[in-house]
Write a protein that binds this ligand. Structure first.
Ligand SMILES: [Zn+2]
Ligand SMILES: [Zn+2]
Length: 209
């Protein structure tokens, strides 16, 4: 049986803290010295490339405050905002928006977007803090169709009196029905409408269903 050792150079090298052995076929480098040099050159190339790769992330769009990368694909990319000549990460921003009503900073991810409609039908979009929300979720469950129609989450309705089949509820843009996965509730009875209305949740007014 052929001894594999005899076909290869087994070269031990040390680079900084890294110690390893590399097997080089004698067929490629008949001279031990040349084999050793080839291994060293390859290894140093590899070390330099590693340095480049390690250096890269923080060089890419560093946060102007903490220096962490805010480049796409790196940890602080999400929610970075342009700042001075660069970007600031969400950690250093602390909050992303000011409340449109009270001007206070809104803690990250706690902004609520509301759309109000004035008597002329013009819509205004508000990004507000928890305390400035005007469309409050009623604390009591509606019991009658009139109460459903008066609910602040309800934009408009139609019912059998309008010649429609069943009861229709069109929610304001900042609410949607998770059951229906849209802003419309359509049921045969008022009771069924109410059962769905109590389950509606806030959503982004721009969200299309
Ligand atoms: Zn930062
Ligand atoms: Zn506010």
């Amino acid at each position: 049986m052929k001894n594999p050792e005899s076909d290869n150079w087994n070269i031990k090298i040390q680079l900084g803290n890294w110690v390893g052995a590399v097997t080089v076929p004698k067929a490629r480098f008949p001279e031990a010295k040349a084999a050793h040099q080839a291994v060293l050159d390859t290894a140093w190339n590899w070390v330099e490339r590693e340095d480049e790769l390690e250096a890269d992330p923080s060089d890419l769009d560093p946060c102007v405050e903490c220096g962490e990368s805010t480049a796409p694909g790196f940890g602080r990319w999400v929610n970075r905002l342009p700042f001075a000549d660069g970007f600031k990460c969400i950690e250093c921003l602390g909050s992303v928006f000011e409340c449109d009503r009270c001007g206070e900073d809104i803690p990250f991810d706690e902004d609520i977007v509301e759309v109000t409609v004035d008597p002329e039908g013009y819509q205004t979009e508000w990004r507000v803090c928890d305390g400035c929300v005007t469309i409050q979720v009623p604390t009591t469950k509606p019991r009658t169709w009139a109460q459903v129609q008066a609910d602040p989450r309800v934009g408009s309705t139609s019912d059998p009196d309008d010649g429609d089949e069943g009861y229709w509820v069109y929610l304001v843009p900042s609410f949607y029905s998770p059951t229906m996965d849209c802003r419309t509730i359509h049921e045969d009875t008022v009771r069924a409408v109410i059962d769905e209305l109590v389950k509606v949740e806030r959503c982004d007014p721009d969200e299309r269903f």
